[in-house]
Design a protein around this ligand. Structure first.
Ligand SMILES: [Zn+2]
Ligand SMILES: [Zn+2]
Length: 212
């Protein structure tokens, strides 16, 4: 079964999650936006072995620590979807603009597409392409664990911003309705910022989406 531990990193308190298979203790880190020493300390404390970096999208607070961590631990970089190439290219400008430590560019070892799967130990997660916040945003769904790691697609009581280059409000709403809601009301989502919640609660009460 999939286990996870979430660490808020960077000045934006971005929820970086360490996910692992409790049979093999192999782990992946989702969205290492920064503070890579803290992430590595948690990996050690948990007693897991990092095998990959998975990215939901390439905004600085989610991807800023990727190059450093991948190089230091020799990890493959999985994701996001190729629609976010321009955000990866812009990482140096993003770090300057938001006052982050310099962030290196990188080339994903493997780009992701809708319907792909990713594996950590004996756990398999489904990949859904959920554009709108960024064109290449993906989410990672663990059906057995009833969890989905949604990055900046959906928040408790809110949704991702769509006023950045490549953002698209209608596309974001469609991603949420067509790709998140079918995962089921009891599925717990881990957002990029703020507290977890259930998809069912957001489907009924999130004022930015409307009931469907
Ligand atoms: Zn973002
Ligand atoms: Zn974010």
């Amino acid at each position: 079964m999939l286990q996870y531990f979430t660490i808020p990193v960077t000045a934006f308190a971005q929820n970086c999650s360490i996910v692992w298979c409790d049979e093999t203790m192999e782990a992946a880190v989702i969205d290492p936006g920064g503070e890579t020493e803290r992430i590595e300390a948690e990996v050690q404390r948990l007693g897991v072995t990092l095998t990959a970096i998975w990215l939901t999208h390439a905004h600085i607070d989610h991807a800023g620590g990727t190059a450093t961590l991948a190089e230091r631990r020799q990890l493959p970089i999985i994701g996001p979807h190729p629609g976010d190439q321009f955000w990866i290219d812009a990482l140096p400008q993003q770090s300057a603009m938001f006052g982050f430590p310099p962030a290196g560019q990188f080339t994903p070892t493997r780009w992701l597409a809708d319907g792909d799967t990713v594996e950590v130990g004996r756990c398999t997660l489904g990949v859904r392409h959920c554009p709108g916040h960024t064109p290449g945003h993906v989410v990672f769904h663990a059906p057995q664990a009833h969890r989905v790691f949604v990055g900046d697609v959906l928040f408790a009581g809110s949704i991702g911003r769509t006023d950045f280059p490549g953002g698209n409000h209608d596309q974001l709403i469609a991603s949420i309705r067509e790709r998140l809601w079918p995962m089921g009301d009891d599925t717990v989502f881990i957002p990029g910022h703020g507290p977890e919640g259930t998809l069912g609660h957001e489907r009924r009460f999130n004022p930015y989406i409307g009931e469907r």
